[in-house]
Each structure stands twice: as C-alpha cells, then as structure tokens.
Write a protein that binds this ligand. Sequence first.
Ligand SMILES: Nc1ncnc2c1ncn2[C@@H]1O[C@H](COP(=O)(O)OP(=O)(O)OP(=O)(O)O)[C@@H](O)[C@H]1O
Ligand SMILES: [Mg+2]
Length: 332
Amino acid sequence: MVSESHAPALLTVQNLEKRYGSRRRLGDFLTGKQAGFLHALKGVSLHVNEGEIVGVVGESGCGKSTLGKCIVGLQRPSDGTVIWSDGRSMDQFSRFERSTRIQMVFQDPYSSLNPRFTIGRLLKEALATHVPASNKGDLAAEVDRLLGIVGLPLSLKQKFPYALSGGQRQRVSIARALAVNPQLIIADEPVSALDASVQAQIINLFEEIRHKLRVAFLFVAHDLNVVKRVSDRVLVMYLGEIVEEGSKDDIFSRPRHPYTRALLSAIPIADPSVRNPSAILEGELPDPHETIAGCAFSSRCPYVTERCRQNHPELTPVSGTQRARCIRLAEI
Ligand SMILES: Nc1ncnc2c1ncn2[C@@H]1O[C@H](COP(=O)(O)OP(=O)(O)OP(=O)(O)O)[C@@H](O)[C@H]1O
Ligand SMILES: [Mg+2]
C-alpha cells in the first residue's frame, strides 16, 4: 500500500510466514496421516507509520495474534522480516532493545499482571528495566506520571490487581507498556473482555495516548465497531493472509473483497427494527492444515468461479490506498 507520508514507516513487515508443527492425533495414526504443518501466516506484508493506528480484523484463527507475537518477538517467524524505521531487521535487536520499541497489551490484563505485586511495584519494576540505576530515585515520580497518563488515581499504587476493576487493570497494563516509552504498541483484543461502557473509555485512552505521545498501534480486534472507531487504516485477514487493506473509509465505505463485505454485513446493528443482512458468511472455515491451491475464501465466497479455485490471487491495487486479493474485483 502507498504510504501517505514520505518518511520511512516506523515498522515494515515483509512476507512474514509462520508454520506451526502439528502433532499427529490418534486418528491420524490409524489413517496413516503424517504430522503436518499449520500455516498460520502466509506471506504477510504491512507497514505501520509513526503515530498511526492500524486495525487488524478477521475471524478467530486467522492469525491475528500470531502476527502480533511474531512482530513483538514472542514467536519466531518461519520466514520473512520485520524491519524497524532505521532500516535494521529486528533480528539484529536484542530482546531488550526490541522491548523498548514495541510493547504488547493483551486481552486479559489479569493474567498478565503479577497478582503478588502492588500496582506501584508492578510499574516500578517495568520502569526499572529502562531507567538507568543512577536515576532510580526518579522512579516514584515516574510511576505517578504513568498513572496520570492512563487516568488512574495515585491511591491505587498500594492496591493489588485483584482489587481493581477490569477497566482499571487494563489501564495498569497500558501504563506498564508505556513505562519503556515504546513507539509501537501491539494491542491484541485489548477491550474484548470489558463491558461496552468501559470499552469506550479504554478506546478513548488509546486515542489520547496516540495524540499525546505519538505512539503507533497495531490494534487487533474481532469487533468491527471497535476497529472502525480507532483505526486510521485497516487490514482484513483470512486464513493467514491479508485479503484486503485500506484506509478506514475504504474498508467501511467501499469494501471490495467479498470477505470484507461479508464481515461488514455481519456487524450487529443497534436498531432492533433493522434486519441484519448477514446472509453471506456461511459455512465453516477450511481446515487450516490443508493447503489451498486457489483463493482461500473460495469455499465460502458467493462469487466463486472455477478460476478462483485454481488460482491464488495477489493483492491488487484498487486505489492509491486500497488493495484487495480477489481476481473478480472488476466484475463484483
Ligand atoms: N502455539 C501454537 N501452536 C500451534 N498452532 C497454533 C499456535 N498458536 C496458534 N496456532 C494456530 O494458528 C492459527 C492462528 O492462530 P491465532 O491465535 O494467531 O489466531 P487469531 O486470529 O488470533 O484468533 P483469535 O481471534 O481466536 O484470537 C490457528 O489455527 C491456531 O490454532
Ligand atoms: Mg488472537
């Protein structure tokens, strides 16, 4: 996709591949099926500009978390490169260097916060990895600053994670991610476990952080309303591939890929008198262990032709900012 700015992207991902080895189940031994691979990412390329929020959507199992984990370094890609804005491949960064640039925020803040530490200590520990030993006296002031950024009262410093609400815990994990002053945060379903009203507050917080601190986000969510709210650009994934990408307007006002259209038609509509026209997304996702020769969406696509089943489509530009992976773009 064409980058709007001429500055190099903050992060560029090129042809990222992830294959998970899969173990044979009992049935596989009986039928003689060999251990196979699950191809979770199939040549994913993307970029994130400084201070930009890029949304990633797609059904469960399409590879969103794997993508985030490969970028942050929690998973090792099978192939492909992740390049930082200075031109260096992230393979060349130490784990520490990588963590000062990119942080990850997860869906369930409870399991990622040590239950035996107070909030003050949790934040101090995160800061201590980053602040030089001579400046350790400043840590207390830094903890207060972080709590202020994420809108939490200083009185929470003495509390333990269990005493906080879900929204407060997510604010703490955002504060902890911010402790190292990262330029990119990968947020993997960060509001999915929260009530709708709390979701809205946390989304506001992400927007504030982006504006005040110029932090970029790769924002993974299955809720399209959330992605529509926060994203500048959107990537739509299906079975390990990006099938469409574009600006928020491109994707939500002019979707071109049949899968994106199906996803959008399935967004719950607030007005109960309006019938939700989610008729298209039927059928199961194909088994991710199977190799698909043609278009990955062909088994569910209402526009499928024989040609679609045989040819694997490339991402094709449909405008300066939008690309879709479908050979029938001109006809549908
Ligand atoms: N550690 C692993 N070992 C083997 N297979 C895995 C592993 N992690 C993920 N997978 C498989 O890789 C595929 C992509 O999984 P991933 O968790 O990235 O999807 P996702 O889009 O994040 O899904 P969800 O919306 O449910 O979080 C799935 O088929 C999943 O079962
Ligand atoms: Mg996931």
